[in-house]
Structures are given as structure tokens and as C-alpha cells.
Design a protein around this ligand. Structure first.
Ligand code: NAD
Length: 497
């Protein structure tokens, strides 16, 4: 079978980008005409002027969402009708997947193959899965006395504000909007100012799929100018936030200071990846450890950035690990063979380089990488960086770097490994490599993390919840549990006699 070879550079040149907001079914400029410039981290070329939404724009979007919710143009459809519309929406993502993937790569810097085969496809899958789910979930009848009927039903919560980050822009947006739409809510989506482009196209495609006007609105803008008025808005019923722990804390405060809206926060991580000496396949563990920290340039909330290795196998394991680094060297993100792209912007690249400098200054041993590369492109690239001899109190082991930096920490006993793994403010994910079944279960139970992988890392499915313990947040994306965030429980108590 012959495969069409896509000339992504040519497509990028031909691309027409509309940076206007999407409010009440229309593309509109910000009311005050404000825009911000959107640049590509690939080569720092300007991509578009994007509407910079402010208080008045946020208000329009919330008013539109509220009107759509109140007249039940979406919530009032049967679950089957919502399902069919959402499946059309998912299909439209796949029909337009090359354009969406190109926008994602240009805007955020990730490799085009990942945008195409992971981000856009998984975003479509999320819409499809929640669409297909919604006419298969049932409500409850409580076991009350014979003369009563007590129904426990779930109702949409109302207007949902989805505020999302830049690292998986279309996917994080769809992890929020899919369960929120399926359960009948209206939505105001605020993408990150660093990667707003695919979210704007989601607005167009939702309308094309038949999602009624006003049900999904997209308001690009800065955190303080667009995010804060949305989080403070008295007519928003729920915030579904994904981002940093620092901003997550502010979101909780804003919810409390305004109308006590529900505030669900999916936040940062510093996930431990524990390799015991009894691991059956050290080669596989080494390959997976490298693949999962350097995937997406290390800009993943659940990246296993702390590698804990038992002392007796440490040197052998580090040697194996380093042999896999050539598979993750930064290269042109528009080349389909590239596995590692650009860091999202200059500021984030500088943060990563500062952390690398702090690792060196605090005495960790730099084994690989540690520098900016490909600067001649004008873009922002950092080589995959590995530090050995890290202790868990060093800054590179405590703070989320959100870049391609791996810290290797050595341990002697199982108890020590558990203590180091849990000694963090985060609790998003973890992994254990061992062939001892009892150890796998016992260590898994002892780890304070939302997901524990055993003999793998980052294998995933829409059917399982994703979210964190401790300061990695509350609530869960994905799976049937996500519906809990976007619905209120109602008891209807009927006296029969
Ligand atoms: P961020 O917290 O800086 O921004 C996230 C979103 O919040 C953006 O849209 C931003 O504009 C907005 N925002 C910023 N300040 C705001 C304010 N004061 N009021 C309202 N909104 C505001 O995070 P980021 O840098 O975009 O993303 C990286 C972070 O996201 C990392 O910490 C990463 O771990 C986390 N993340 C978590 C998950 C998860 O599922 N747990 C998934 C992806 C990313």
C-alpha cells in the first residue's frame, strides 16, 4: 500500500489561522479589540494574532452558555441525541486531524507524529467514548420503605469553565469538554495563552457537528485577564482546571471568594519510577524509563522525573538507560521521524536551563545533555538531560521542572524506596519494576499516587481515571468517574400513600 507523504512545511506555509474567540456560535474579536501575538517555538515565527479576551468577553461567553443551559437546547435532548452529536464531533476531529495536528505542533512544539497519532486521535476518542457512554448510565432508586419512592438522579451542573494548560492542548480540552458535554452542561473553554489554536478550531467543529449555539464557547487570553474573571464569575457553576499547583491553589480561593462553585483541579507532579534489583527485564525498564520522561519534551504532568534505582544494579541500569538517549534527540518537529520537539517557549526553556544549573550547583552528576541545542533555528530546544547522584532534597528532585530532565536517586531497601517516593508534595503517578508479585502489591498500596504502574510506565486508556493525591489535585479526568465532576446529585422523595 502506498502512503501519502505529507509536506508539513508546505502545509504550514499555506495554513490560514483564525485567532478570533468563539462565542455564542460565532468567531468574534475581543470586544475591546485586544490581541496577543502567538509564536511558534519551532523557530519563533509568528503564527497569528489571537483575541485576548478580557472581563467583558468572558461575561458574554458566560451569558451565552447560561442562556443555552437555561432553555435546555442541549441538556434537554435525549442522551441518544447527545451521543450521536458527540460522535459526529469526534468524527470531524478525525476528518480534520492533519490540520489540527499541524496547528498543535506549530503552536506547542511537539513532534507532528505525536500530534497526529496521539493528541488528536486521543482527543477524538475522548469525545466518542463519553458520547457513547451517556445513553448507558442509569440513575438509582434508594432502598427506602414500601410507601415511598426515593429516586437519586444526576443532573448537569450548569455552566462549566474549563481552564487548560499548554502541554496537551487539544487533549486536555477534550478530557474536560467530553464528559461535561455528555452530561448536558454548557461550557466556556479557556485555552492557555501559549497554545490556543486547536481549542479555537474545536469551537468551529462543535458547531459543524450540531452542538447548539452557545453550548461550547472558547475564550483565548491570559490567566489574569481571562482566567481570573472566569474563575471569579458568579454565574459559573464549576471550574474544571488543569495546570500548575500554584495556580490551582488560587483557583480554589477564587471559587470560595465568589459563589462557591465546584473547583476541580488536576495539577503538577514529581512522579517516582522505582526499579528494584529483582526487575525481570532491565532493558525494558530502561527503555520505558527513557521513553516516558522524554516523551513530549518532558512536559508531561505525570512524567517519571525521579528514577529510584536499587544500589546493587544502579551502575548497570544507568549504562542501559544512556544507550536509549539517541532515540530522543531534539529535531525538526515537522519531520515525521522526530521523537523530541521544541520546548513551548523561551521562558519555559530558560526555566529548564535554570533547573539544570541548580542540579550542577547542588552536586548532582550530569551524565548527559544539559544544554540548549538547535539555537540556529530560532526555536527552543533542550537536549535530554540525565543527572545521577541526586538526593531527594535537591531542587531538581523536589520541584516540577516540566522539561527533559531526569534525576537518578539510589536506594538500598524497599522501605527506603517507599519513603523517598512519598517524600514529595505531589502524588500523581508512580511506577514499580519488580517480578515479585507480593512486593508489587505491597509497594503499590504504600505509594500515595493516583496511578501506579507495575512493570510499565504511562500505558493508558480512556476507561481508567486520571488524577492525583495530595497537591497533584482533586477530582479525576477520564472514565465514568469524570461524570461525577459535571453533575449534581438530586434526591426526589415521593410519598406513595
Ligand atoms: P498554569 O497553571 O500556568 O496555567 C494553566 C491555565 O491556567 C492556563 O490556561 C493559564 O492561562 C491559566 N491561568 C494562569 N494563571 C491564572 C489565574 N491567576 N487565574 C485563572 N487562570 C489562570 O499551567 P501551565 O504552565 O499551562 O501547565 C503546566 C502545568 O499543568 C504543570 O504543572 C503540569 O503538571 C500541569 N498539568 C497537569 C495535568 C493533570 O492532569 N494533573 C495535565 C497536564 C498538565
Amino acid at each position: 500500500m502506498t502512503q501519502t507523504i505529507i509536506n508539513w512545511h508546505q502545509r504550514a506555509k499555506d495554513l490560514k489561522i483564525d485567532g478570533r474567540a468563539f462565542i455564542n456560535g460565532e468567531r468574534v474579536a475581543a470586544i475591546g479589540g485586544q490581541t496577543f501575538e502567538c509564536f511558534s517555538p519551532i523557530d519563533n515565527r509568528k503564527l497569528a494574532d489571537v483575541a485576548s479576551c478580557q472581563v467583558a468577553d468572558i461575561d458574554c461567553a458566560v451569558v451565552a452558555a447560561r442562556a443555552a443551559f437555561n432553555d435546555r437546547r442541549w441538556a434537554g435532548l435525549s442522551p441518544r441525541e447527545r451521543k450521536e452529536t458527540m460522535i459526529r464531533f469526534a468524527d470531524l476531529l478525525m476528518t480534520n486531524k492533519e490540520e489540527l495536528a499541524l496547528l498543535e505542533t506549530l503552536d506547542m512544539g511537539k513532534p507532528i507524529t505525536a500530534s497526529l497519532n496521539v493528541d488528536v486521535s486521543s482527543a477524538a476518542n475522548s469525545l466518542r467514548w463519553f458520547g457513547e457512554t451517556i445513553d448507558k448510565v442509569y440513575d438509582e432508586i434508594a432502598p427506602t420503605a414500601d410507601h415511598t419512592l426515593a429516586m437519586i438522579t444526576r443532573e448537569p451542573i450548569g455552566v462549566v469553565a474549563a481552564i487548560v494548560p499548554w502541554n496537551y492542548p487539544i487533549l486536555m480540552a477534550c478530557w474536560k469538554i467530553a464528559p461535561a458535554l455528555a452530561s448536558g452542561n454548557s461550557i466556556v473553554l479557556k485555552p492557555s495563552e501559549k497554545s490556543p489554536l486547536t481549542a479555537l478550531r474545536l469551537g468551529d467543529l462543535a458547531l459543524q457537528a450540531g452542538i447548539p449555539v452557545g453550548v461550547l464557547n472558547v475564550v483565548p487570553g491570559y490567566g489574569l485577564e481571562a482566567g481570573t474573571p472566569l474563575a471569579m464569575h458568579m454565574d459559573v457553576d464549576c471550574i474544571a482546571f488543569t495546570g500548575s499547583t500554584g495556580v490551582g491553589k488560587k483557583i480554589q480561593i477564587m471559587a470560595g471568594q465568589s459563589n462557591l462553585k465546584r473547583a476541580w483541579c488536576e495539577l503538577g507532579g514529581k512522579s517516582p519510577n522505582i526499579v528494584f534489583a529483582d526487575c525481570k527485564d532491565l532493558d525494558k525498564a530502561a527503555e520505558a524509563s527513557v521513553g516516558s520522561i522524554f516523551y513530549n519534551q518532558g512536559e508531561s504532568c505525570n512524567a517519571p522525573s525521579r528514577l529510584l534505582v536499587e544500589r546493587s544494579i544502579k551502575d548497570e541500569f544507568v549504562k542501559k538507560l544512556l544507550t536509549h538517549l539517541p532515540s530522543y534527540q531534539p529535531a525538526d518537529p515537522l519531520n515525521p521521524n522526530t521523537t523530541m520537539g521544541a520546548i513551548v517557549d523561551c521562558g519555559q526553556m530558560e526555566n529548564v536551563l535554570k533547573y539544570i544549573a541548580s542540579g550542577k550547583a547542588q552536586g548532582a552528576k550530569l551524565c548527559a545533555g544539559g544544554e540548549r541545542v538547535m539555537s540556529e533555528t530560532g526555536g527552543f530546544y533542550v537536549s535530554p538531560t540525565v543527572f545521577d547522584g541526586v538526593t531527594n532534597d535537591m531542587t531538581i528532585a523536589t520541584e516540577e521542572i516540566f522539561g527533559p530532565v531526569l534525576s537518578i536517586i539510589t536506594f538500598d531497601t524497599e522501605q527506603e524506596a517507599i519513603a523517598i517516593a512519598n517524600e514529595t508534595e505531589y502524588g500523581l503517578a508512580a511506577a514499580i519494576w519488580t517480578q515479585d508479585l507480593s512486593r508489587a502489591h505491597l509497594v503499590s498500596k504504600a505509594l500515595r499516587a493516583g496511578t501506579v504502574h507495575i512493570n510499565s510506565y504511562d500505558e493508558d486508556d480512556i476507561t481508567v481515571p486520571f488524577g492525583g493525591f495530595k497537591q497533584s489535585g482533586n477530582g479525576r479526568d477520564k472514565s465514568l468517574h469524570a461524570l461525577e465532576k459535571y453533575t449534581e446529585l438530586k434526591t426526589t422523595w415521593i410519598r406513595l400513600t
